[in-house]
Design a protein around this ligand. Structure first.
Ligand SMILES: Cc1cc2nc3c(=O)[nH]c(=O)nc-3n(C[C@H](O)[C@H](O)[C@H](O)COP(=O)(O)OP(=O)(O)OC[C@H]3O[C@@H](n4cnc5c(N)ncnc54)[C@H](O)[C@@H]3O)c2cc1C
Length: 502
């Protein structure tokens, strides 16, 4: 067959949550000749949580041609400079996982060396947070776009967003429909498979309609209508490493400073998120049903809100892990249908984005070359394992005395890859470099140190200045703070640029 004749001309997306509409928007942006159909059921609805993100979402939105301020207005969004972890290592201790780096980008090695040295002499501020720009800005509830001049400290932080995931899906639906995506409202009840290849040929709707296609993207959420119910791909359960399996979520009225960061507070049987949006704060308690029931979790959540609850708490159930194959035959699972690693580091929307971009880079033709599919699965798996290790790091290195969950996590066996990373960092402050890492060295540093996995020694950088480490650090801290003070408050920044209509 000629290459031209092998081109796919028809793609069907099953599901219209964030995953479905992110996929539709991206595919319609670069495959103008292809018929793209999305089927969703309003009656079933979407998960609708998923309000915090990590920095690469900016590139995704840019590639779709979305204007940042318009996007934030439409999704009632805010800026996110990182995550503050409260009581994670032990009660009363907090640390910040910043977006960006520590010190100046080229000083990273010096900073860690000097901080470690001064720390051992009892002369540094006890917190590494003091030496990163993202925290200097976040701690003052300020925001401004990072500068592009690498000589400025105001270029050393990065940012992502908090937003209402349902509004994001609605916004992307508009974009996609403008670009020709056909939306079908209806409930999928079955898939018709080809008897020979086992490929999905069409989806059958409750009202009797059939929607045929060549490539199917399963964005149907946890159930995995195509990848699991039609193709029986199988699921790898990671509950033994990531034991939380429930969340109760409730929005509340805004209160206090409009913070440009997510807060994650450890609780007896899990942790609570706090995500500030323009019109409300999103809250949720992620917990393990082995140690707490849903009513208990809801009561704890309601007792720990900053403002008045705006709805009844809603429970979500999940099993942490991954689908055995994310791409199986002519079905690619994107979103919750491909697996879920719990919301601790806000990675789900990122993994959706990564799989969409990977699919576009490795786009199949009618031959569905298995080597392409295998390579896609290999990279997606490796990326997921890196995120998995990063999440387990937070749980495993706890020293909390309260709660059986925490004792379990401190004592559980962990993946070898993570043991190596912990050991390597503890011995000499070095990072194990692995393929397809989502989180950069500064992120790993924040969590190692934040969870008190402190290096016994640190490599002296090759050209370390002959200087007093504590003085050097104090100067860095003061400069970061002064530079951050020049920025407007987060509230002012949103008011002047992207305030949503009431
Ligand atoms: C507690 C919790 C907190 C989270 N927090 C974050 C976060 O902070 N950051 C982050 O990045 N991610 C987060 N996530 C993940 C995030 O919510 C999801 O990754 C994202 O919303 C994508 O979901 P989805 O589109 O795959 O599934 P869903 O939102 O469930 O959408 C599924 C779609 O499939 C359709 N559908 C299902 N069955 C049928 C059928 N039979 N016929 C027709 N249509 C059907 C539904 O109507 C819906 O449109 C969180 C998830 C949970 C559970």
């Amino acid at each position: 067959m000629q290459a031209e004749n092998r081109k796919l001309t028809s793609i069907v997306i099953a599901g219209g949550g964030s995953a479905g509409w992110m996929t539709a928007a991206a595919l319609s942006n670069v495959l103008p000749g292809c018929r793209i159909t999305l089927i969703e059921s309003e009656e079933i609805g979407i998960v609708g949580v998923g309000e915090a993100t990590i920095p690469p979402i900016k590139q995704f939105n840019q590639a779709l041609g979305l204007d940042e301020f318009e996007f934030l207005r439409r999704t009632k969004g805010s800026y996110k400079l990182g995550i503050q972890f409260v009581d994670w290592v032990e009660s009363g201790r907090r640390y910040f996982h910043p977006f960006g780096t520590y010190g100046r980008s080229f000083d990273f090695g010096h900073l860690l060396y000097f901080w470690n040295q001064a720390q051992r002499q009892g002369r540094a501020s006890s917190s590494l947070d003091d030496y990163c720009m993202a925290w200097a800005v976040a701690a003052q509830a300020r925001f401004g776009l990072p500068l592009t001049d690498p000589r400025s400290l105001l270029s050393t932080y990065d940012y992502a967003y908090h937003f209402d995931a349902s509004l994001y899906a609605a916004f992307l639906r508009e974009v996609s429909e403008r670009r020709g995506v056909l939306r079908i409202e209806g409930r999928i009840v079955a898939s018709r498979l080809n008897g020979e290849s086992g490929h999905v040929e069409a989806l059958q709707l409750q009202d009797g309609r059939e929607v045929p296609g060549e490539l199917f993207i399963d964005c149907s959420g946890f159930r995995g209508l195509l990848i699991e119910e039609a193709l029986h791909t199988g699921y790898e359960d990671w509950t033994h490493w990531l034991p939380c399996d429930r969340a109760v979520a409730v929005p509340c009225e805004s209160a206090g400073d409009f913070l440009p960061y997510t807060r994650s507070t450890a609780r007896t049987a899990g942790w609570q998120w706090r995500i500030p949006l323009q019109h409300r704060i999103g809250n949720g308690y992620v917990f393990s049903s082995n140690y707490l029931d849903e009513a208990g979790a809801a009561a704890t959540l309601l007792a720990n809100l900053d403002g008045k609850a705006l709805a009844e708490p809603r429970t979500l159930r999940f099993v942490t892990g991954r689908r055995r194959l994310i791409w199986n035959r002519n079905v690619v699972a994107i979103g919750l249908s491909s697996g879920f690693l719990e919301p601790l580091e806000s990675t789900s929307l990122h993994l959706i984005q990564a799989n969409i971009l990977r699919l576009l880079a490795m786009f199949p033709d009618r031959n569905f070359d298995p080597t392409v599919r295998d390579e896609f699965n290999r990279i997606a798996n490796s990326e997921l394992e890196r995120v998995r290790d990063f999440l387990i790091l937070h749980y495993h290195l706890n020293r909390r005395s309260e709660g059986e969950l925490w004792r379990y996590c401190a004592n559980m066996s962990i993946p070898d890859t993570l043991s190596e990373s912990i050991e390597h960092f503890r011995r000499n402050g070095r990072f194990v470099q692995r393929e397809h890492e989502v989180f950069v060295r500064a992120s790993w540093l924040a969590v190692h140190v934040g969870q008190l996995n402190l290096p016994e020694a640190c490599d002296q950088p090759l050209q370390a200045h002959a200087t007093d480490s504590a003085q050097w650090l104090e100067k860095m801290r003061a400069t970061l703070h002064a530079e951050a003070s020049r920025l407007p408050t987060h509230q002012q920044y949103i008011e002047s640029n992207c305030r949503a209509a009431a």
